[in-house]
Design a protein around this ligand. Structure first.
Ligand SMILES: Nc1ncnc2c1ncn2[C@@H]1O[C@H](COP(=O)(O)OP(=O)(O)OP(=O)(O)O)[C@@H](O)[C@H]1O
Length: 276
């Protein structure tokens, strides 16, 4: 993996930033990945206008909001896929200007997008290394046995049981594929993983397993930022919830302080001053 020191030549580091939005109740915490005052337009669409999120190490933070609220845009901006029009991204308590996804990866971020980006015809082991061929080379030439061992360890650490590591990924269930994508992200991440709707296509039991997996990942010290529409489950799995409403973060609170009806009301009808 690229050493962090190499990043500064590509991702411009700025001064550490403190302070969060006035409605935030999560203040002055260390931030492995987050942002302050992000704005992003696509033509006449204001996808983000004042987005703030803070993901501390060892925490699961859920990003919720109605369709079109800006959740995916925010995640892509945190990953350097989108460039913000204003505001800034924070990684490891420092403001950074990411030039692309490679910068984000070099700073220890890994993402699991909705399409999972797995190669169905390749084995579990090959998928665990997919997209990280350059980083793997940095580890020296790995034999097939070493790759299999490394993948097996990564899966075992997350208590992921699969029928075989040599089976093609297309033969796994949806939940097992999702688990492989999460395990790959965790294997390469050193600061945080970002998950876009990891349980959208899963049944109840498989969704439960992925929720447990997020807790396990956080317990290992990584930050976890997850987009979810599954409010009951995410209230249980996340430490903190951030609500986006029309591109603006309007609520950031410990999940233990929130209920599903409160979340829904905030997601669909937030108005400054209270009433929906
Ligand atoms: N590349 C793009 N070009 C033009 N408009 C975009 C682009 N990406 C997002 N948008 C617009 O920005 C707004 C926010 O979209 P985004 O996908 O971030 O919302 P979301 O909260 O993730 O929605 P959903 O829950 O439906 O996935 C939408 O109006 C969307 O159409």
């Amino acid at each position: 993996m690229t050493a962090l020191g190499e990043v500064s030549s590509r991702a411009e580091m700025e001064e550490p930033h403190v302070g969060v939005s006035s409605r935030s109740v999560v203040t002055e915490v260390s931030c492995v990945i987050g942002c302050r005052g992000l704005a992003k337009r696509f033509g006449h669409v204001e996808a983000l206008r004042n987005a703030n999120v803070t993901v501390p190490a060892g925490s699961v933070v859920a990003l919720v909001g109605d369709n079109g609220a800006g959740k995916s845009t925010l995640m892509k901006t945190l990953l350097g896929i989108n460039r913000p029009d204003s505001g800034h991204v924070i990684i490891g308590d420092k403001q950074v200007r990411l030039q692309g996804i490679r910068d984000a990866q070099a700073m220890g971020l890994e993402a699991v997008h909705q399409d999972l980006a797995l190669a169905p015809q390749l084995s579990v082991v090959d998928n665990m290394f997919l997209g990280h061929e350059l980083a793997s080379r940095g580890l020296g030439i790995m034999s097939r046995r070493e790759m299999t061992e490394r993948a097996a360890n990564a899966l075992a650490e997350l208590s992921i049981n699969l029928p075989s590591l040599t089976v093609a990924v297309r033969e796994l269930s949806g939940g097992q594929r999702q688990a492989v994508a999460v395990a790959r992200a965790v294997m390469w991440a050193t600061t945080a993983i970002l998950l876009d709707e990891p349980t959208a296509a899963l049944g109840a039991r498989q969704s439960e397993i992925i929720a447990e997996l997020m807790r396990t990942v956080a317990a290992r010290g990584l930050g976890v930022l997850v987009i979810s529409h599954d409010l009951p489950r995410i209230l249980e799995a996340a430490d903190t919830i951030t609500v986006l409403w029309r591109g603006e973060s309007v609520l950031e609170a410990p999940s233990s302080d929130l209920t599903v009806p409160e979340l829904v009301a905030t997601m669909v009808g937030y108005r400054e001053g209270g009433a929906a």
